[in-house]
Structures are given as structure tokens and as C-alpha cells.
Design a protein around this ligand. Sequence first.
Ligand code: HEM
Length: 164
Amino acid sequence: MKNGFLGYNASFMLDFVVSALVLIVPVLIWSIWLVKYRQSFLLHKRVQIALSAVLLLAVVAFEVDTQLVHGGWQAIINKPDQPPLRTETQLVEISGVLRIHLIFAISTPVLWAITLGLALRRFPEPPTPGQHSRLHKTLGWISTVDLTMTAVTGLWFYYVAFVA
Ligand code: HEM
């Protein structure tokens, strides 16, 4: 899987993970709307478990493809068998954006796993509001903002690396 489907110079898995991240945000907002305005706690739980599985699969497949198949993001931009598209200076600038993205991209799975794990252990089945609600709402909102920032900064990285 050497080429992407969005029409830029990225890999298939980069296009896949960036699309998945952008599509996951509205589903997450819908899931929070379900719980906040419809009291559909069980559906919220199922949507969150499904989102977690999609995120995990997308991230693992993306990392394996980027690191092991392509040999890192720089080799996707400047392909070893083609003339370089970016200068060293540009690569340094792009890696600055990547560093900002990584703050969110690394903290999101950790926070997400804690939010999901605690919710699964502490809410009853079927889930209803209870003693865990306060902590869950705090963790849930922080995870939501973190994931959204991961998507926004991921798009920013994608733009400076492959579009601009
Ligand atoms: C990482 C996964 C999850 C995230 C990001 C998340 C996010 C949220 C957020 C932001 C709220 C608060 C909505 C508001 O302001 O009213 C909420 C509420 C709730 N969530 Fe989750 N959730 C996740 C997983 C789960 C799971 C797995 C369960 C069930 C086992 C669950 C059960 C609930 C319940 C019962 C409420 C309502 C709490 C109340 O209003 O007292 N959530 N969730």
C-alpha cells in the first residue's frame, strides 16, 4: 500500500487514518448528544466501544505501515526512489507541527483507555447515571477535546506535509 486515495503524496494508511480521525469526531458528538439529550446510555456505551475498536485498529495499522513498511514519515514525503519534494529546512518545520500533533495523539489513547476502562467497570449493565457519573463526565469531555485536537492537528500536519 504505497499510495493514498485523497490525491496527495501520502500513503494509503496516512489517508485512511486522517479520514478515520475526521469521521470519528461527528460520531463522538452524536454519541454525547445521545447520552445528554436522549438518555440513551446503552447506545452511547455501544457507540463508544465501537469507536474505540476503530481507533485502535486504525492507529495500529497506521503505525505498522508508516514505521515498518515505509521507514518513517520522512520517507513518505521524500520517497527514496524519487527526487526529494521537501528540503531539509522544510522537513524541520514539518517535524515541529508533528511534535504539536504528537502531544494530543499520544495523550488521547491513554485518556481514552482510562475513560473507557473505568466506565466499563463502574457503570452497571445496562448503564445508568450513578456515583461514577461526575468523574466520567470530566474524563469523557477531556477525552473528547483531546481527540478533536488530535484530528485538527493531524489535519494540520497532513496539510503542511503533503498538500501545501
Ligand atoms: C472513551 C469512551 C467514552 C467517552 C469519551 C464518553 C464520553 C461521555 C461524555 C462526554 C459524557 C457526558 C455528557 C454530558 O455532559 O452530559 C458521558 C456520559 C455518560 N457516559 Fe460516557 N463516554 C465513554 C464511554 C462510556 C461507556 C463505556 C459507558 C458505559 C459503560 C458510558 C456511560 C455513560 C453514562 C451512563 C453517562 C451519563 C452520565 C450522567 O449523565 O450522569 N460512557 N460520556
